[in-house]
Design a binder for this molecule. Structure first.
Ligand code: OAD
Length: 238
């Protein structure tokens, strides 16, 4: 890449939050090594045993309550503030670490832990406490219809129209801390390439989709992301 692209789309996954103390999913000690995703992260699992699903997300909501953004989240916020073009962060993560670091142009494509959704009336609201089947929706009064506002397997991720539009107009696509196994996010690199973008993977190790990227840098997010951001800001300064 010799010139600074006018628009950048950045996809992030669990690996960017790992050094803040948030578990990833598919590493050997990751969440899906301990819990069956079909039981806690599918609409069918919720219909079968909502109390089990609430217990899982209550535990995760509590776990992310104390965590803080790390140098990688902070670098992306710095990029947004200092870059002369558009910078959009699309995260698969349901934690609030990008927002806490100061990123503003942000899409939570898999929803957010600290928000709930009513399956009956579609009401959404912020939620910091434990959730249970006994709690009634404040909007429609239905009991048992409240769920975490996170996207489960088999459901359509949020804001796909806005994401597709951004990918089709970007000159640089960066994927950070994701294993590249979950679609549609795993297909964003191909969409960006079709749009003519330069594509870069920043991950601890080669992801499943590494061969789709023009460039790959491997290491810990807190080391490689700030360096990459510095090089982009340098390029933009000319
Ligand atoms: P994964 O757990 O699948 O992948 C995390 C990636 O981060 C792996 O490739 C790790 O090598 C890398 N990684 C770990 N520590 C890192 C570090 N310190 N620095 C840089 N990289 C590091 O998580 P995701 O790809 O985010 O969806 O998973 C995608 C989706 O699958 C999640 O949003 C979630 C999950 O099931 C749903 O629940 C719908």
């Amino acid at each position: 890449m010799t010139a600074a692209p006018s628009a950048i789309v950045i996809l992030t996954g669990a690996g960017i939050s790992a050094e803040s103390g948030v578990s990833t999913f598919r590493d050997k000690d990751g969440i899906w090594a301990k819990v069956d995703y079909r039981e806690v992260a599918t609409p069918e699992g919720f219909a079968r045993d909502p109390a089990k699903v609430h217990a899982f997300y209550n535990m995760r909501r509590r776990a992310v309550r104390e965590v803080k953004p790390n140098a990688a989240h902070e670098a992306l916020a710095r990029l947004e503030r200092g870059y002369p073009g558009d910078v959009l962060v699309v995260t698969q993560n349901v934690d609030s670490l990008h927002k806490m670091a100061g990123t503003q142009n942000l899409i939570h494509m898999h929803g957010q832990h600290n928000q709930i959704l009513c399956n009956n009336c579609g009401m959404r609201m912020p939620w910091a406490d434990d959730l249970s089947v006994e709690i009634a929706c404040q909007a429609c009064g239905t009991t048992g219809s409240l769920r975490p506002d996170v996207v489960w397997f088999g459901e359509m991720p949020y804001h796909m129209g806005r994401i597709s539009k951004a990918l089709s107009g970007c000159g640089l696509f960066i994927s950070i801390g994701t294993s590249g196994t979950v679609y549609p996010a795993a297909g964003f690199v191909a969409d960006a390439r079709r749009a003519g973008a330069h594509t870069v993977e920043l991950n601890l190790e080669p992801s499943e989709g590494v061969s789709h990227f023009h460039e790959a840098i491997h290491g810990r997010a807190t080391e490689i992301v700030p360096k990459f951001v510095d090089s982009l800001l340098e390029l933009a300064r000319g």
